[in-house]
Design a protein around this ligand. Structure first.
Ligand code: GLN
Length: 456
């Protein structure tokens, strides 16, 4: 009870940050009371007894509104809970509210939201990152213990990086996508924000595993102990990534010095050639927009949420008006791009090519993890920037996803660990990735990295 009162107060005093689209205050208090009584009666407590969690507004929670921060879903109430949410509830977690984000999870700044932008609590003139900006700020500003986001191309890791917290994207399939509003289904994954690796591992353990409603959900690892193993890791890094002209100099230097410290601690850290780096962002934007153009075709004004009020004669006019009024600019741009790359005359030039790049990346990943336990990289080429900084040029904004989309293209898990502070005052971290379905090694290594000896 005390915990929930505390978080509700925090939410109230941080309203201007705009992290929440809805707060379930009454419900959360009622649930906390029930849990208190359960404890008093001496009943056995569940794994997440009273843990206060916020969820991104793209994840369904039965009888609650879910809008993907889009006008097209305004007022839409879902009739079922996402598997991930249901599993949290089954372990007695308290869902405190839903978090603001970029519309349909498309964006890197949380500026594309029908609810307006989210502010970075460390510097309110700066973006929190996106698309899960609200979920990141909810943890950053102490408005909940943990939160859920979704990561299709970096939307958990990049906002975590900009906000100075941990953001974890599990392997594709680790957590069921049932009840996650689809952006690009072969990339989407629910991710977790938190302040320490142990909490994140606990949440993954609760939410993960197969699900009858998602055929791509994979079995849980046999053991998931985080106990520190005295292991010397073999870690790869891509020289091309650290030499990339878009990368901030201080970020580069700090990652290089981390590499030195890891070497001094006895780990093998070696460069690996990665000549595909400049192809990852184009491949990502071709494939995800193609998938999005198909996924978002269901919002037609008939079945969900918003419907135009314009007088229409033909059914297609109803679709056109509804979709032109209901979708924001960035979502419309991506639907059009996706439709274009899938169109008969251009399919081979764009969609097939991008699929081929994806295949090469998957092969490359296999080769790397035959030799190494992990890969380290920056999370983003810069720290959190000012609002509006990249708004005139979408391509410039897309290119900033250069370090995060690799994990989604290949399905491997990735985590952003807050380790550094820039001389501009903003935090930034390092990204660590391991082989597909080796989330346990990733979390073990992350815990090690967050410990003092290699931490700055
Ligand atoms: N910035 C990426 C994009 O705009 C990431 C999105 C995401 O992971 N949901 O597509």
């Amino acid at each position: 009870m005390e915990a929930i009162t505390h978080y509700l107060q925090q939410i109230d005093s941080n309203k201007r940050l705009n992290a929440f689209t809805e707060v379930y205050a009454k419900e959360a208090m009622d649930k906390a009371l029930l849990l208190d009584e359960k404890r008093k009666r001496g009943e056995p407590l569940k794994k997440l007894h009273g843990i206060v969690i916020a969820i991104k507004d793209v994840i369904c929670y039965k009888d609650h509104t879910v809008t993907a921060a889009s006008k097209i879903l305004s007022g839409f109430k879902t009739v079922y809970s996402a598997t991930a949410v249901q599993r949290l509830l089954d372990e007695d977690a308290i869902i405190i509210g839903s978090c603001n984000c970029d519309e349909f999870a498309m964006g890197s700044t949380n500026e594309n939201s029908v609810y307006g932008k989210v502010l970075n609590a460390l510097d309110e003139t700066k973006v929190p990152g996106g698309s899960s900006g609200g979920s990141a700020v909810a943890v950053q500003a102490g408005m909940c213990m943990l939160s859920l986001g979704s990561d299709t191309g970096g939307s958990v890791r990049q906002p975590a990086d900009f906000c100075g917290i941990i953001g974890f994207k599990p392997s594709y399939g680790s957590i069921s996508r049932y009840g996650l509003i689809a952006y690009a289904s072969s990339f989407d994954q629910i991710g977790i924000f938190g302040n320490n690796v142990e909490d994140i591992a606990l949440l993954l353990d609760v939410m993960g595993g197969p699900d009858d409603y998602d055929s791509t959900a994979s079995p849980k690892p046999e053991h998931n102990s985080l106990s520190t193993i005295d292991k010397k890791y073999k870690i790869a890094y891509f020289e091309e990534a650290l030499l990339h002209p878009s990368l901030d100099k201080e970020i580069k230097e700090n990652i290089l010095s981390l590499i030195d410290r890891l070497r001094s601690a006895g780990h093998k850290v070696e460069p690996v050639d990665f000549d595909l780096l400049d192809h990852v962002v184009p491949a990502y934007y071709v494939l995800t927009t193609a998938e999005a153009s198909s996924n978002l075709s269901r919002y037609d004004g008939i079945r969900f949420g918003y419907r135009t009020e314009a007088p229409v004669q033909e059914l297609t006019d109803l679709y056109k008006h509804t979709r032109s009024e209901g979708f924001g600019k960035e979502v419309q741009r991506r639907i059009m791009l996706g439709t274009f790359v899938l169109s008969a005359g251009f399919y081979d030039a764009y969609y097939s090519k991008a699929q081929q790049v994806r295949r090469l990346l998957v092969d490359k990943t296999k080769a790397i993890f035959n030799e190494f336990d992990a890969v380290i990289m920056p999370v983003s080429p810069s720290t959190a920037f000012e609002f509006g900084a990249h708004n005139d040029d979408p391509v410039e904004m897309y290119l900033a996803d250069i370090y995060t989309v690799f994990a989604n293209l290949t399905g491997i898990p990735g985590i952003a660990l807050p380790m550094f502070k820039h001389s501009n005052g903003m935090p930034f971290g390092v990204q660590v990735m391991t082989n597909k379905q080796d989330d346990v090694t990733l979390l073990q290594l992350s815990r090690y990295l967050m410990e003092e000896q290699v931490h700055q």
